[in-house]
Design a protein around this ligand. Structure first.
Ligand SMILES: Cc1cc2nc3c(=O)[nH]c(=O)nc-3n(C[C@H](O)[C@H](O)[C@H](O)COP(=O)(O)OP(=O)(O)OC[C@H]3O[C@@H](n4cnc5c(N)ncnc54)[C@H](O)[C@@H]3O)c2cc1C
Length: 484
């Protein structure tokens, strides 16, 4: 079997808009699509079982797409680069893959692969050879570039899989623990896209409401995180419909890529504070306390919207943007617990866990960058505004099922109803006094951190600033602290 070319799938679990696959087909060689189950990933315990199930479903769907094209997706097991090196030597084959930005381990692995002669292709808007100033223009050009059509068939090959998704599921004892409605695979992603575009008019109304967002935002994030559909396909499909305010949605598709660029420019942002001023003042900002952290994880803080959101995260693996931001703000500014603890916990439970977006957002939401305003979310006013009938809270906090709306909406620090005061947890801290002390802590640190960004070009490059943060930095406007 000569003249083979392996297409190594990782977080690009689709056949459409897949550059490595298209380039491999163009060589005229026999294409062998392959996925390698790497023990590093399966033993890492970084992802919840339901996220792994989403991945396995996506692989089964990918295999089905290849079957329809007349070929087989090969399932392999072992250290991916080592296994593919052996296979490519054995068959005299080339290896193509799409470059990925998924943290230090993955990025180093890609470098090693390219040094060994594997061919990496860019299939996203990420600039990997040093950034130019016109990131947004280049990203737009990428989003608008025509997507080449795939041939109807691809010629088959003789290489047999050594494992299957089912076998891997059994081997690593992957058992569902959540009540997640999300199902992996390109077929599901395209179906969801169609449903969402039909109801996109209500997107802006749903986005901040925790209950409405469970069905009213695109819910494509888990698909993007494994590439069962590309952000470019979604962008282009959105351009074909007439809808007021659709740019509200497409802007977020650019954010997806912009946050990925941040990880590309700063591969340690999943562990180290982006601005050294905060990293050096850790002891001033945080008072690590396992009891408080566990209360947050379990949704037992005594603040109904925080508790409902944390229980929803564990129960269904999804939260809308506002609730993710509010929970991050509550853990770090109000409970004074380290941002990395919360970021790892959320990353583990999210079905859409995306290293770049999750960790960059945690850094921003907990004030670790020094160029964004500190946004301290008030859990009571957010509840009154975004869940005014307490439906979301009652869905996830069973102790509050029979409580009066007045009790649920009241300020936890001055609750009146004696019956429910005993049933539901008392607030573990005072929001108001902790919010005030957070403001004090950040006042001086923010000034120092902002000065550091102004005077350190290397740091500025690491931060991949654009939009409002970029403008604020250029105009030297010190970020303020806001209660939101
Ligand atoms: C602390 C925190 C952690 C987060 N962790 C993740 C994560 O691990 N994975 C993840 O995909 N998103 C994450 N987000 C961003 C956002 O909350 C989710 O992308 C969104 O809620 C997913 O739902 P959706 O697909 O229905 O979004 P939609 O509103 O339909 O948006 C479409 C897509 O745009 C992108 N997007 C939307 N909002 C943002 C944003 N604020 N920043 C970057 N990209 C965005 C996502 O790819 C999303 O799928 C996080 C936000 C915060 C505050």
């Amino acid at each position: 079997m000569n003249n083979l070319i392996f297409v190594w799938h990782r977080r690009d679990l689709r056949v459409r808009d897949n550059r490595a696959l298209a380039e491999a087909i163009n060589t005229g060689r026999t294409v062998v699509p392959i996925f390698v189950f790497d023990p590093h990933f399966w033993e890492s315990n970084s992802y919840c079982p339901d996220r792994l199930i989403f991945l396995l479903e996506s692989l089964q769907d990918l295999a089905e797409h290849y079957r329809k094209l007349g070929t087989e997706l090969v399932f392999w097991e072992g250290k991916a680069v080592r296994e593919l090196t052996k296979l490519s030597k054995e068959y005299g084959a080339l290896v193509y893959f799409n470059r990925d930005t998924n943290g230090e381990y993955g990025m180093n692995r890609d470098d090693v692969a390219e040094n060994l002669g594997f061919v990496g292709w860019d299939n996203d808007a990420i600039q990997r050879d040093g950034r130019t100033k016109d990131w947004s223009d280049q990203a737009r050009a990428f989003f608008e570039m025509e997507i080449p059509e795939l041939p109807n068939t691809i010629s088959g090959h003789q290489i047999r899989s050594i494992t299957t998704p089912e076998a891997v599921k059994t081997k690593y004892q992957v058992t569902s623990e959540k009540d997640s409605p999300e199902q992996g695979g390109s077929t599901q992603a395209h179906q969801r896209l169609e449903e969402f575009l039909a109801e996109i008019q209500s997107y802006t109304k749903s986005i901040s409401k925790p209950l409405a967002a469970e069905t009213g935002t695109s819910r494509l994030s888990a698909h993007f995180s494994l590439g069962t559909i590309s952000v470019r396909e979604v962008y282009q499909a959105t351009q074909t419909i007439e809808a007021k305010q659709k740019s509200f949605f497409t802007t977020r598709l650019f954010w997806n890529q912009h946050f990925t660029q941040k990880l590309q420019d700063n591969p340690t942002l999943d562990r180290i504070a982006a601005n050294p001023v905060f990293e050096q003042n850790y002891d001033l900002i945080y008072q690590p306390d396992q009891e408080k952290f566990q209360a947050w994880c379990q949704g037992k803080t005594g603040y109904p919207l925080v508790d409902a959101s944390m229980r929803a995260l564990v129960s269904i693996g999804f939260l809308n943007f506002r609730m993710r931001a509010m929970c991050a703000s509550f853990l770090t500014y109000i409970l004074k617990q380290p941002w990395q603890w919360g970021a790892d916990f959320m990353f583990y439970h999210l079905i859409d866990a995306d290293r770049a977006i999750n960790y960059s957002q945690w850094q921003m939401q907990s004030g670790m960058v020094g160029v964004h305003p500190n946004r301290i979310y008030n859990p009571t006013t957010n509840l009154q505004k975004h869940d005014p009938q307490g439906e979301y809270v009652c869905k996830y906090v069973s102790e509050l099922h029979d409580a009066s709306l007045e009790f649920i909406m009241s300020d936890p620090e001055s609750r009146q109803d004696t019956l429910f005061r005993d049933t539901y947890i008392k607030p573990i801290v005072s929001y108001v006094s902790e919010m005030r002390s957070a403001r004090e802590i950040y006042k001086d640190l923010n000034t120092k951190a902002f000065h550091r960004v102004q005077t350190d070009p290397e740091l500025r490059a690491h931060l991949s600033l654009s939009g409002a943060a970029g403008r604020r930095t250029r105009k030297k406007q010190l970020p303020d602290t806001k209660e939101v």
